[in-house]
Design a protein around this ligand. Structure first.
Ligand SMILES: Nc1ncnc2c1ncn2[C@@H]1O[C@H](COP(=O)(O)OP(=O)(O)OP(=O)(O)O)[C@@H](O)[C@H]1O
Ligand SMILES: [Mg+2]
Length: 490
């Protein structure tokens, strides 16, 4: 570690119209240091990173890189000085292969030429190998597993040999072993003398990795120190960490044991080309039940949900309330009461928060719609504050909250939640947890949850299914899960 900071940010402010997203922020990072940036959703973490990188020009303040003022320079100039950014959302070139994507990052200006250069090819292969993409070099991004997409983003940032790497939510959606592998890569950057600014909501992994942490709230720095010091801070606990998730405080749901299940999936198979993504899956969900499907990325949870929602063709039978869903359109299935909140969010980016919610509630009477919206704004107050903002510009966690709120606007009988914890601050997870409890006890909502975050799934679930390679590998009650299957997943 050298003494002069590599990056020094002072009094950084970023306004969007009337909103001050970052307010007088200051911090410094030295070479060979990993600094964690934590804070609730919408606290300005991604905006601060984008200002450092020049993707968004700061409104005021100073950003010094190796002693040189770079605030206001365009992103490509800052990149050339040695700063790399790994975005919260991947934006690959979908028609190019993984290898080509990395090559483009190596020399962004000369696309046509480089596709033939051997030296570039060798470099790109070496980087791919290093981040663990060796086996998928010739695949196109849309066919990649989620973790591989994140690896490719990291590879693209590495291609520029950055001295400072800004990484936004590298762990979101990764399994614990993938998080381990990513953490190792980031530790390697440190031992090579690079500096890393890391944003993530996975508190455990951030704490294990960073040398220091800065906590933000409403655009301002509220704490700084070692990870342990920051996590102990009273304000940080209140606004970010909340309490720990505990086992359901509510009465166990009154689940009707007689009569047919509300949802009955029997021997369902889904193929993508030759690959069997879901193989002979059977499961039941009873009225009022909370059923969790746990399993790694790519295990087939989303595909199964898409089959239930009528979005992909399947073999086998899916019955709802005793009737087959075969031949029904996704819209008709949603009207029948099955509403899916997709992992990919599927928001209307150019519409405002309010408009997205209104669309979700378009089948409700005006009074119902207004009531429901008010309830959801109480649940996620930040959505009320941002109600006139277009969805595209929301922070990662705000978008996730909006997707969940929009699904709830439809007053579903069965709510399918696919990875709702992605990108949410611990304190928001707690809010969501409580809201789901409340909804179940007051409205009899039935929930089918897909999660790899078992800590979130376990306290809620009446029953769990473990999905592995497109099959159900285990099913049972949470208590038995902890005894029999938890070790492999926690
Ligand atoms: N272009 C924009 N126009 C208006 N508001 C914006 C714009 N970009 C961001 N914001 C707002 O600025 C605030 C900070 O957003 P930012 O993305 O930096 O949050 P974050 O700390 O990264 O949150 P998360 O953890 O949810 O990703 C948010 O409330 C967001 O809605
Ligand atoms: Mg963010």
């Amino acid at each position: 570690m050298t003494d002069a900071p590599l990056l020094e940010v002072q009094d950084l402010t970023k306004r969007f119209g009337g909103l001050v997203a970052v307010k007088g922020l200051g911090f410094a990072i030295r070479g060979g240091e990993v600094l964690g940036l934590i804070g609730p959703n919408g606290s300005g973490k991604s905006t601060a990173m984008r200002c450092v990188m020049g993707v968004d020009p700061p409104t005021s303040g100073s950003v010094r890189f190796e002693g040189r003022e770079v605030a206001g320079l365009p992103a490509h100039k800052i990149a050339r000085l040695g700063v790399g950014l790994v975005f919260q959302h991947s934006r690959p070139l979908n028609r190019q292969t993984v290898l080509e994507n990395i090559k483009v990052a190596l020399i962004p200006d000369r696309l046509s030429m480089i596709l033939h250069s051997e030296e570039i090819d060798a470099k790109a292969r070496a980087i791919a190998q290093r981040v663990g993409l060796g086996a998928v070099l010739d695949r196109k991004p849309p066919t990649l597993a989620f973790a591989d997409l994140r690896r490719m983003e990291l590879a693209k940032a590495l291609a520029q040999h950055p001295k400072l790497v800004l990484v936004d939510e590298p762990f979101a959606g990764l399994t614990s072993s993938e998080v381990g592998a990513f953490s190792e890569l980031i530790s390697e950057f440190r031992s090579e003398g690079r500096a890393v600014l890391l944003v993530d909501h996975n508190v455990k992994s951030v704490a294990a990795l960073v040398d220091r942490a800065v906590a933000m709230y409403l655009g301002e720095k509220i704490a700084e120190g070692t990870a342990a010091e920051v996590m102990r801070d009273e304000t940080v606990r209140r606004v970010y960490l909340g309490g720990a998730l505990t086992r359901a405080q509510h009465e166990p749901a009154r689940v009707a044991q007689d009569g047919p299940p509300l949802l009955e999936v029997d021997g369902v198979e889904v193929r993508y080309g030759k690959a069997l993504a879901v193989q002979g899956v059977s499961l039941q969900v009873r009225e009022g039940e909370f059923v969790a499907l746990v399993g790694l990325n790519g295990a087939g949870k989303t595909t199964l949900f898409n089959a239930i929602s009528g979005l992909v063709r399947h073999a086998g039978s899916i019955r709802w309330n005793g009737h087959s869903l075969a031949g029904m359109t996704p819209a008709a299935i949603a009207r029948a009461g099955i509403v899916q909140c997709p992992e990919t969010r599927e928001l209307f980016g150019d519409m405002t928060v309010r408009e997205n919610l209104e669309l979700g509630g378009n089948l409700l009477s005006p009074t119902d719609l207004a009531e429901r919206m008010a309830w959801l704004f109480d649940l996620f107050p930040i959505l009320r504050d941002r109600s006139a903002q277009v969805a595209r510009t929301l922070s990662g966690g705000e978008q996730q909250m909006l997707a969940i709120a929009r699904a709830l606007m439809m007053k579903p009988r069965l709510l399918i939640l696919d990875e709702p914890t992605l990108g949410l601050a611990p304190v928001i997870l707690e809010t969501l947890s409580k809201a789901l409890h409340r909804l179940r006890s007051t409205t009899g909502l039935t929930v089918l949850l897909g999660e790899q975050n078992i800590t979130f799934a376990l306290p809620h679930a009446d029953r769990l299914y473990v999905v592995e390679h497109g099959r159900i590998a285990w099913e049972g009650e949470p208590e038995r899960f902890e005894e029999e299957a938890a070790e492999a997943y926690l």
